[in-house]
Write a protein that binds this ligand. Structure first.
Ligand code: UD1
Ligand code: CA
Length: 456
């Protein structure tokens, strides 16, 4: 079955009160329209057409990497008019799937069930029963339960308005029929719009059966019209992500306080994630990893038995097995930690490789550095990697001990097993195995008096 998917995305989204077209607002950092596109990409033998209008250029650019036939609807004259834009691209034998660019949580299984109902003699319609059906097109059935038509809220009679079963807008229909019916649409209704929903009555008149199916949950077919709905669907999406991780063996202290804005590429067993953890981008987590509360991790590979304590910010980093990070640590891009590295509180690491068993436990900045194994970096050590114009590297050999509050002015190399005395400013290379320090001599002033406040 060759599928032609038409995604409607020309609407303005006035109620978002935004300069951004509605379909570019995000759930989990991904535009609404991208969610819909990604879903339709999962269907085999499918060509995707997206109808754009408001902010067309912006939308096209935001999804520039997508394989899409963009169709511009210059005036938004209704959903039927929107689908008409795709008419020239619809083959007689195609199955046309209509999706909405502002309905981001639709599931593949629901679309597959819908597609199973379409043929030359049947039109597949996705409907849902809502406790409050106001605003939606109502599904009108005869006494035998067969669908007769869809009436829009504004055109509905009082009794039709009581119908709880509504049109989701999502449907699948044979290309041959659709093209005929699109050509017959009129705008003789309260809104003076070309309603796609009018094709239902046309189908019934031709003896084409309307076969309905429903999504597993109503959330799947909810659209975004304002920022409250955007936030609601974000939480629905996040709870789904949380459930998925928990079903794979991750313990989440509170699934309501967990966010994934990206995807988990690989996952070990017995991972414990405390509250308010945000995972972004591409994440791999090994076995027995613990992640403390209030931590943000983006694009990271985390080895087995790693413990990340609370309030850390980690981006583009590799953390070797058995390492312990935080609390309050920041790992910036291109940080590569080998096994059993300890990074403690208020330590910032950037573009640095740190070999096995090394410790940087307190208040340090290590940038553009290569640190050997079993190195101990004392409190307050800083690599001075930047002279205001260029960046330089610091190399620290295996087994070195860097005394507290030292500054290593790059480019500089500290030898293997070298010791740097506390409070040193190191501007030249320090040899292997020796103590190197630079410090003013300590002296005391006998008889010195503290100043006193004038007039006292
Ligand atoms: C539509 C349906 C209604 C259904 C509801 C579900 C029609 C006539 N009505 O109503 O039965 O219950 O969706 O949400 O189809 N769009 C365009 N171009 C246009 C008009 C709309 O691209 O000219 C797009 C919008 O951007 C949106 C979608 O189509 O993504 C639906 O449009 P909207 O105006 O929200 O339709 P409703 O009136 O809510
Ligand atoms: Ca709508």
């Amino acid at each position: 079955m060759k599928i032609t998917t038409v995604i409607l995305a020309a609407g303005k989204g006035t109620r978002m009160h935004s300069s951004l077209p509605k379909v570019l607002h995000c759930i989990a950092d991904k535009p609404l329209l991208q969610h819909v596109y990604d879903l339709s990409r999962q269907l085999a033998d499918n060509s995707i057409h997206i109808v754009i209008g408001h902010g067309a250029e912006q939308v096209r650019q935001a999804l520039a990497s997508c394989r899409v036939n963009w169709l511009e609807q210059l005036q938004q004259l209704g959903t039927g008019h929107a689908v008409q834009q795709a008419s020239p691209f619809i083959g007689d034998d195609d199955t046309v799937l209509i999706l909405y660019g502002d309905v981001p949580l639709l599931k593949l299984s629901t679309v597959e069930r819908l597609l199973a109902n379409v043929s030359g003699e049947s039109l597949a319609l996705l409907t849902v029963n809502l406790a409050d059906s106001s605003g939606y097109g109502r599904i009108v059935r005869n006494v035998a339960g067969q669908v007769l038509k869809i009436v829009e809220e504004k055109d509905a009679t009082a009794s039709e308005k009581t119908i709880r079963e509504v049109n989701t807008g999502i449907m699948a229909v044979s290309g041959r029929w659709l093209k005929i019916w699109l050509g017959q649409l009129t705008n003789h209704n309260v809104q003076k719009e070309y309603y796609l929903t009018d094709i239902i009555e046309m189908a019934v008149a031709e003896g084409v059966v309307i076969v309905t199916s429903q999504p597993e949950t109503a959330e799947e077919v909810l659209g975004v019209n304002n920022r409250m709905q955007l936030a609601q669907l974000e939480r629905v999406y996040q709870l789904e992500q949380a459930d998925k991780l928990m079903s794979q063996g991750v313990s989440l202290r509170d699934p309501l306080r967990f966010d994934l804005r990206g995807y988990v590429e690989s996952l070990g067993q017995d991972i414990e994630i405390d509250v308010n953890v945000l995972l972004e981008g591409k994440i791999s987590i090994g076995n027995h990893v613990k992640i403390g509360p209030n931590t943000q991790i983006k694009n990271a590979v985390i080895g087995d038995n790693v413990e990340i304590l609370g309030c850390c910010v980690i981006e583009d980093a590799v953390i070797g097995a058995g390492s312990r990070i935080g609390p309050y640590a920041r790992l910036r891009p291109e940080t590569v930690l080998a096994a059993n590295v300890h990074i403690g509180n208020f330590v910032e690491i950037k573009k640095s490789a740190i070999a096995q068993d090394s410790k940087i436990n307190h208040l340090s900045y290590i940038g553009d550095a290569t640190v050997g194994s079993k190195v101990n970096i004392g409190a307050g050590v800083i690599t001075c990697n930047y002279d205001g114009a260029n960046k330089f590297r610091t190399v620290i050999g295996d087994g070195a001990f860097i005394g507290s509050d030292s500054q290593l002015v790059a480019p500089v190399t500290i030898g293997n097993n070298a010791t740097i005395g506390a409070g040193s400013t190191i501007t030249r290379n320090a040899p292997d195995n020796q103590l190197t320090l630079s410090r003013g001599q300590q002296f005391s002033v006998a008889g010195w008096q503290r100043p006193v406040k004038k007039g006292s």
